[in-house]
Design a protein around this ligand. Structure first.
Ligand SMILES: [Zn+2]
Ligand SMILES: [Zn+2]
Length: 312
């Protein structure tokens, strides 16, 4: 989609939601596009501007207290701004905010660094959004930077680091029952993205290591031998399960594409070093793929993600 088509689609979507006139919305959206300001300026508005009156299409006692923000271009709940400030506390008041879009009476989307946030304008609430520009979905959990649709666009390094962050969190969640760590649908999402990104093994190994720890240390970690054995079994069961998830995903992709997207040969088997939409002879050699990945990540940063998945 070209930039102009995206702009028109955004206007039509706003028109659908708000029922406003196309030309007026086009003017408003153009005025709000790419407005950049430090968080401190938004906090100053929040701390000094008086309550504004607003019309709500729900009972007044559920409505948040709002002020007319000139930076966001519409009425914004005080609580929404304070929640955003809390989330960005580590960046401090100098954090630069870019206003991506604003739909009065509904929501605004702001960007800080690579993170994107939905400011809910009808409640004291902020939702973190997928980092893919203009995507309106949230990720499935805090450890994921992208929604399930766009996880496949993250490169191997980003997927491995998400697997590590998610696995540590999962292990903490299950510290009362370490053998219950496996079987999560969130791990499945990472594995499916890793299949497309030709990094299934690094992602699976990182997941298992972060979730279970080093199996050579199980005897020291768990004083009860039967618990050490239970965790060992749980680890092997999860390894098998993740392989099954990967194979099912490959089967799904093969059913969808049927033939190699490069030469047209029938696809039938899976090699984790080969993109699932290509036959082995058409795939770049793994070493070359790694070199390309290193080059691309060096140039575009960790989450650029356009390497090692030729299905896009
Ligand atoms: Zn997304
Ligand atoms: Zn081929």
């Amino acid at each position: 989609m070209t930039k102009d088509k995206k702009r028109k689609a955004a206007i039509r979507e706003t028109q659908r939601v708000t029922g406003g006139r196309y030309t007026r919305l086009a003017r408003e959206i153009a005025a709000t596009a790419s407005r950049v300001f430090p968080l401190a300026d938004l906090l100053a508005e929040c701390a000094t501007l008086p309550h504004a009156s607003a019309e709500w299409d729900f009972p007044e006692h559920y409505a948040p207290a709002v002020f007319d923000s000139s930076l966001i271009g519409t009425a914004v709940p005080y609580g929404t701004v304070l929640e955003l400030a809390g989330i960005l506390a580590q960046q401090g008041p100098g954090a630069l905010i870019t206003l991506e879009s604003a739909e009065p009476g509904s929501q605004a989307v702001v960007v800080c660094g690579s993170r994107r946030f939905q400011l809910v304008l009808t409640q004291d609430m902020v939702n973190e959004l997928c980092r893919k520009p203009e995507c309106r979905n949230s990720s499935d959990c805090r450890a994921f930077t992208h929604c399930r649709e766009h996880l496949v666009e993250c490169g191997p390094q980003a997927l491995v680091s998400m697997a590590r962050a998610w696995g540590y969190g999962r292990r903490e969640e299950c510290d009362q029952d370490p053998a219950a760590v496996g079987g999560s649908g969130e791990a499945d999402l990472l594995v499916k993205a890793a299949v497309v990104g030709v990094c299934f093994e690094p992602v699976m190994n990182t997941l298992l290591d972060a979730c279970f720890g080093d199996p050579d240390l199980f005897d020291d970690m768990y004083w009860d031998a039967s618990q050490a054995l239970a965790v060992q079994h749980a680890l092997e069961r999860e390894r098998l399960r993740l392989h099954q998830v990967a194979r099912a995903e490959v089967a799904r992709i093969h059913k969808e594409t049927e033939d190699c997207t490069s030469c047209g040969m029938r696809l039938f088997s899976w090699n984790p070093d080969v993109p699932p939409t290509l036959c082995p002879p058409c795939a770049p050699p793994p070493a070359a793929a790694r070199r390309i990945a290193a080059f691309a990540h060096g140039r575009h940063g960790v989450a650029s993600g356009e390497v090692c998945h030729t299905s896009a």
